[in-house]
Design a protein around this ligand. Sequence first.
Ligand SMILES: [Zn+2]
Length: 276
Amino acid sequence: MDLSKMSIEEKTQYWFNNPWTLAHHPFKVIDNVYFVGTNWVSVFLLNTEEGLVLIDCAMQETLYLLIDSIRALGFNPHDIKKLLLTHGHFDHCGAARAIQEMSGCEIWIGEAEEFFFTERRDLIVYEDRVPEFEITNFYDYDAKIDLGDIHIQPVHCPGHTPGTTSLFFDVKHMGKTLTCGIHGGLGVGVLTKKQLEKSGQPLSRREEYLESIVKVMDKKVDVVLPSHPSHCVDHDFLKIGDEDDGTGKGFINREAWHNMLISKKLEIEQMIQDDI
Ligand SMILES: [Zn+2]
């Protein structure tokens, strides 16, 4: 099946019906940080002193792949203590209910996203495929999430959605401290004039997106954890995962964060300028 000529809507429909085509085998990124996502949407598993933490959980349709990936790495999905969501779109939170049913985990999200789950479920997109779940915590942007050996700093990055949240944390890897960064939402497809008007959202979302990029663009990040593998512009994230020799060498790239955000900055500036 050649997906390259399909629209994102057509592709998504194909993926709903053929979720196995999204399978990607799991791998360690650096010590205590694992990729357990699909070839379209990332999910990261952190093994912390406070238990297992999942960052996003992808679609309900790919839940079986996620469970399989977690188990393949030797972890028990029932032990997940926290699920940290970057934002409330179906491709990042579709499996949240099932994960919460299984593990009883906390579910964290940006407070500005709450109305997606109360008043505007249509903004989740394909909301019928996202069973309701209990949001237990909102991010406190002035505090770190204390996981014992790992402390996660959430940063509000509105734009892609109002509550998009980026996460930054240090990890000890082979005797060194490395800073990991995950930008919570970089897709600009939802920010076209047509899309925003259709969903009844203000055009100012685009300026918010731009401001959010500028806010975190110059952060010192050693390891980019892309919320979609395709967002990395410096390297092929999944290919590095396939080829890595266990040292995580290929993932340590101090330019990659900046370059990824610069490419998105140019994209949104062009959209604003062309008024599309
Ligand atoms: Zn999204």
